[in-house]
Design a protein around this ligand. Structure first.
Ligand SMILES: C[S@@+](CC[C@H](N)C(=O)[O-])C[C@H]1O[C@@H](n2cnc3c(N)ncnc32)[C@H](O)[C@@H]1O
Ligand code: SF4
Length: 389
């Protein structure tokens, strides 16, 4: 693997959690405190295998990166070169998070938090195996603001078997109490190999009704639209500051920038199909015309790095040639509700337009330059994406 250009985004995977949530299939391990230091050391070695890029977005994901000690996080940060106004995000589980630690994390230069709240309803949290209550999550959010984090995104989930439409409405209302800059809200995915998956196989759990799930998603879209958030991606909503941008659906890149000021800059790069470096077990990376992800066991991860080789899982490598790149740009870009993708003449596009799943939009200089999902298209997004595979 050779890297020549400048890459400005890096994802760092921290594969540790206190307890495994029943729905989650991320590469993460519990009760591994004894591994934290060694893993940190190897992560640093892997960072050093890449050119010393100047990053403008850095993302600590997991697992639960907030479990690492301040010293460990500081040593990783010390390895990274970044621009002055870079967005540096760390994922955090509200369980067992003190104000003191939040302050120390902020002092490291980390300026954005992604807090995994999932729900504010205690019975839902208990059901999915979380260790914190709704109130505790709110307290951590408030502490984070006090600790100096003026950019916070939260994760919520819907479509959970014991979650009613009313529970979801209550969750949405709570958002207004804390006013996060960004909200990511995903419907539950039944991942093979999770505890939820085996409960589904055994008939202990069942999926929620599809109509209810669609109703929940519509409720979410309407709620954010009415409450000053801009839906910029299928599952992401950014709080709008600029009162001068009145139109909900923007028509030019200038307004878009204002509207999306609170959007996650790092994730926007994924959807815009920009290149990024990924370090740590299971981390995905994309550069030099190749997408790949790293190995998922400590043994393989350490062994590759000891041999001074990138710890890439050979089976994960996908070559991204010119044709594939265009395909990816279209598939990922269509997730972006406001900006969509550049219009192109094609039978499939015309059919989707006719069916009302996408719309053409005069984005610049009064000509139809872009296409993007309509509300109907958002509800049937998979039917749209499949056309571009
Ligand atoms: C790495 S976790 C966030 C940080 C921390 N580990 C936590 O859970 O609080 C990433 C997010 O992915 C979402 N997620 C994980 N598994 C999911 C699933 N099976 N379906 C939908 N969302 C899921 C959750 O919202 C979670 O907050
Ligand atoms: S959802 Fe977060 S805390 Fe729960 S197991 Fe997955 S990564 Fe860990």
């Amino acid at each position: 693997m050779t890297e020549t250009k400048n890459i400005d985004a890096i994802y760092l995977h921290i594969p540790f959690c206190d307890k495994k949530c029943e729905y989650c299939d991320f590469c993460t391990f519990v009760k591994m405190e004894r591994e934290y230091q060694k893993y940190t050391d190897y992560l640093i070695k892997e960072i050093r295998m890449h050119p010393k890029y100047e990053y403008d977005t850095i993302y600590f994901g997991g697992g639960t990166p907030s479990l690492l000690t301040i010293e460990m996080l500081a040593s990783i940060m010390g390895e990274l070169k970044y621009k002055e106004n870079s967005e540096i995000t760390l994922e955090l589980n509200p369980y067992d998070m003190s104000f003191e630690k939040l302050k120390q994390i902020r002092e490291l230069g980390i300026n954005r938090l992604s807090i995994g709240i999932q729900s504010f309803q205690d019975h839902v949290l208990k059901f999915i195996g979380r260790q914190h209550s709704g109130e505790e999550a709110i307290q951590v959010f408030k502490d984070a603001r006090k600790a100096g984090f003026d950019n916070i995104t939260i994760d919520l989930m819907f479509g959970i078997p014991n979650q009613s439409l009313d529970d979801l409405k209550k969750d949405l209302k709570k958002i207004l109490e804390i006013s996060p800059n960004n909200v990511s809200i995903y419907s539950l995915i039944w991942e093979e190999g999770t505890i939820f998956w085996s409960k589904l196989q055994k008939g202990i759990l069942s999926e929620i009704d599809q109509d209810l799930e669609a109703e929940m998603y519509e409720e979410i879209i309407d709620f954010f639209e009415k409450n000053g958030y801009c839906q910029y991606e299928i599952s992401n909503f950014a709080r709008i500051y600029d009162k001068d941008v009145e139109v909900y659906k923007v028509k030019n890149f200038e307004d878009l920038k204002k509207l999306q000021k609170n959007a996650g800059k790092h994730n926007l790069k994924y959807w815009r199909n920009k290149e990024f470096v990924g370090v740590g077990m299971s981390a995905a990376g994309y550069f030099d015309g190749e997408r790949h992800s790293n190995v998922r066991t400590f043994r393989k991860y350490y062994a590759s790095i000891d041999k001074d080789e990138f710890p890439v899982d050979e089976n994960s490598i996908e070559i991204v040639d010119k044709e594939e790149k265009i395909k990816l740009e279209r598939m990922l870009g269509l997730r972006l509700i406001q900006e969509g993708i550049e219009y192109f003449e094609d039978e499939r596009v015309e059919k989707l337009l006719k069916d009302g799943l996408i719309e053409k939009v005069k984005f610049e200089k009064g000509i139809d330059t872009r296409i993007r999902l309509t509300k109907k298209g958002m509800l049937l997004a998979n039917n749209v994406f499949i056309e571009f595979v």
